[in-house]
Design a protein around this ligand. Structure first.
Ligand SMILES: Nc1ncnc2c1ncn2[C@@H]1O[C@H](COP(=O)(O)OP(=O)(O)O)[C@@H](O)[C@H]1O
Ligand SMILES: N[C@@H](CC(=O)OP(=O)(O)O)C(=O)O
Length: 392
């Protein structure tokens, strides 16, 4: 008998019909003789709806109360799925994180899991229950509700899979695996059968939101077998693996959107001091002649305004385009030329061993990712693997 942890994201449980479809899928796996812990996100749009309510009260709501509010979304979806399974004659119980217990540190809104108790999960599994656990939430050492940061249900699933030594942690979502780039932006994107953990980590850190970054890092550290699958269709999905199996040097392209480029009339040192004092994280800090440019998340704009006030000027909405793979640093100049020929301005660029990143205007990111993907993924793979000549 194998033990599987199956996580279903917001779109996969976005309506009663979708929850019924998840129940059918879970029932099928259960009837094949597997033990299953299901981890659910809130129904699609629900976390944002709750966030919107909070912002009507306060643009920067109290962090503790925000977690009490946002964690409510997952409590709804787990109860509905457990009911749907019960109605099918399957024993199922839903548990919020506090009931499991899933312990975290005390960083409200962005907590890290420190420990998952297995006693209650194991007891329920041994009594043939499907256990349906609320993702995204935990409990700190003072008994407060915490949440794990956006996309945090992936983290819940991986931590439970690790604690229970599950055979596989399966992340079911609205695409049928990890692609060479976001298939919603690039119709030509290719599904990867396997992707190496290190590359997956870089892709997640650069905006490929199909897996949450912390969950990939946790799975890597704790050797949790991880697979991304479609909750809509059957198929093998993408296995995130420790073996290096990729034949081509370029693995994929990630886009990190929702960023702003800001110019601040402060020295780099003074700005960094202010940011760390107020605990605001920014992605890049570049000293200019009389000011400092930073790239930050749009979500932090209200807090940055509070800290920096009139010293801060909003230059524009930007995105980071990153190409990930082995031995790719040699492509840097070629990509810059290619982008400039397409009329796309590169505000800044960075490189690390397996990744090249370019900061571009948000309005250009769809065009940029499409042309870079065609030139460096589709055409390159054609060159690497020419089609065999047909012999008649
Ligand atoms: N390289 C990629 N491969 C697959 N999907 C990607 C990639 N990059 C971005 N995505 C996006 O990730 C989405 C799935 O993540 P998310 O919306 O968080 O799902 P869920 O609601 O199931 O947690 C896909 O719909 C797709 O648009
Ligand atoms: N509901 C949370 C947690 C989550 O993981 O959601 P999803 O799996 O839909 O990305 C969020 O919206 O961030």
């Amino acid at each position: 008998m194998t033990l599987l942890v199956q996580k279903f994201g917001g779109t996969s449980v976005g309506s009663i019909d979708r929850i019924e479809a998840v129940a059918d899928r879970v029932m099928k796996t259960y009837q094949q003789g597997h033990q299953i812990v299901v981890v659910l996100s809130a129904m699609a749009g629900e976390t944002n709806r709750l966030l919107g309510l909070a912002k009507q009260i306060d643009e920067i709501p109290t962090a503790r109360e925000l977690d009490v509010l946002l964690s409510a979304g997952e409590q709804v979806s787990i109860a509905l799925l457990a009911m749907a399974l019960n109605r099918r004659g399957i024993k199922a119980q839903s548990l919020i994180a506090d009931q499991v217990t899933i312990r975290t540190d005390n960083v409200f809104n962005n907590a890290s899991i420190t420990d998952v108790e297995t006693e209650r999960l194991t007891a329920l599994l041994e009594q043939d229950n499907v256990v349906v656990v609320a993702g995204f939430q935990g409990r700190d050492s003072d008994n407060n509700i915490t949440t794990l940061g956006r996309g945090g249900s992936d983290m819940t699933a991986v931590a439970i899979a690790s604690a229970l030594n599950a055979t596989e942690c399966q992340i079911f979502t609205d695409v049928d695996g990890v692609y060479s780039t976001d298939p919603r932006l690039v119709p030509d994107a290719k599904r990867l059968d396997v992707v190496h953990f290190e590359h997956m980590r870089t892709m997640a850190s650069k905006g490929a939101k199909v897996l949450q970054l912390q969950s990939v890092e946790y799975a890597l550290q704790h050797s949790v077998p991880l697979r991304v699958l479609s909750s809509f269709d059957d198929g093998e999905g993408t296995l995130v693996t420790f073996d290096i199996a990729s034949t081509s040097s370029i693995v994929g392209i990630a886009i990190l959107g929702n960023q702003v480029l800001l110019d601040v009339e402060l020295s780099k040192e003074e700005l960094q001091r202010q940011l760390s004092l107020f605990g605001v994280n920014v992605w890049s800090v570049t000293a200019k002649a009389d000011s400092t440019q930073i790239v930050a998340s749009n979500d932090d704009l209200a807090r940055l305004r509070l800290v920096l006030d009139e010293k801060m000027r909003h230059i524009g909405d930007v995105s980071t385009l990153s190409m990930i793979g082995n031995d790719i640093l040699e492509y840097s100049d070629e990509i810059r030329i290619f982008l400039s020929e397409a009329g796309i301005i590169v505000h800044n660029n960075q490189q690390q061993t397996d990744c090249l990143s370019f900061l571009i205007d948000k309005d250009n990111h769809k065009l940029a990712v499409n042309i870079i993907h065609k030139r460096f993924v589709v055409d390159q793979q054609r060159l690497d693997n020419p089609p065999l000549l047909a012999i008649y």
